[in-house]
Design a protein around this ligand. Structure first.
Ligand code: NAD
Length: 258
């Protein structure tokens, strides 16, 4: 297996790997020399991604059914990956959902649903993966935060709150796991066209973002994936507990900069 230095033979798991950013991350990790478990609640989507990767590099990918909300499902998914003979070296928590509703209209059920997947799921998968990483004295965890972690937006009470929590969770895990050779970081993408944003963005939302982003365009899934892969590699061994914006300058620009 060809790979960048230090990655050959290592095992990565990507939650939400059946779609969007997670699928792009899975592809970039295979190119970097990892064997990749593509985990998703939509197993048919995970299989399609894994099949495409295996067509390029036989044996490089495995599709695994996972519901990040269930401790049992998380345990079974990570146990299935161990058929490769080692615990997960790298975990990318990309599974997530968005719900758009203003503060005064968001039901507590919708609020809890988003927190359960985005925050609870990242917690459960990180904790399960870290058990093996501690034993191996090596690990990389990368979480998907968002520009919504840092900046409020109308209709983002559930999603934005969950993504702010991801930054806190990243710091907590980084602090306690650092001594075991594990780094835990997050990336905060700006808007990227994926099934999630296609469902939730109107054409006006997209145009408004494009006007506000200094790069004057939305990001591409591979641009997010490249930064994730950097944080998964040996070159980022001393980067720990940070949230890296990948947003064409959106957060740097501040409100009203067009
Ligand atoms: P997406 O909808 O394309 O992919 C999300 C994947 O997560 C889907 O395949 C879905 O089946 C899976 N998933 C949902 N619930 C799950 C569960 N309970 N268990 C397991 N898998 C589950 O979305 P995306 O745009 O690729 O987003 C990926 C991550 O990046 C999310 O955490 C999202 O919040 C974050 N993000 C996205 C953007 C963007 O603009 N697209 C921006 C910032 C952050």
């Amino acid at each position: 297996m060809q790979g960048t230095e230090g990655t050959s033979g290592k095992v990565a798991a990507v939650t939400g790997g059946g779609s969007g950013i997670g699928a792009a991350v899975a592809g970039r990790l295979v190119r970097a020399g990892f064997r990749v478990a593509v985990m998703d609640i939509q197993i048919d989507h995970a299989r399609a991604v894994a099949d495409a990767l295996n067509a390029q590099q036989p044996g490089a990918a495995l599709a695994v059914a996972l519901d990040v909300r269930s401790e049992l499902s998380v345990h079974e998914a990570f146990t299935a990956v161990e058929q490769w003979g080692r615990c997960v070296d790298v975990l990318v928590n990309s599974a997530g959902i968005m719900h758009v509703a203003p503060v005064m209209e968001c039901s507590v059920d919708d609020f809890r649903r988003v927190m359960d997947v985005n925050v609870g799921g990242t917690f459960l998968c990180s904790q399960r993966a870290a058990r093996g990483m501690i034993g191996q004295r090596y690990g990389r965890i990368v979480n998907l935060a968002s520009i919504s972690s840092e900046r409020a937006g109308v209709g983002r009470v559930a999603y934005g709150t969950s993504k702010t929590a991801i930054c806190g969770l990243t710091r907590q895990f980084a602090m306690e796991l650092g001594a075991h050779g594990i780094t835990v970081n997050a990336v905060a993408p700006g808007p990227v066209l994926t099934p999630m944003t296609e469902q939730n963005y109107t054409p006006q939302t997209r145009r408004a973002f494009e006007a506000m982003i200094p790069a004057k365009r939305m990001g591409g899934v591979d641009e997010i994936a490249d930064a994730v892969v950097f944080l998964c590699g040996d070159g980022a061994a001393y980067v720990n507990g940070v949230t890296l914006p990948i947003d064409g300058g959106y957060l740097a620009a501040g409100i009203g900069t067009t």
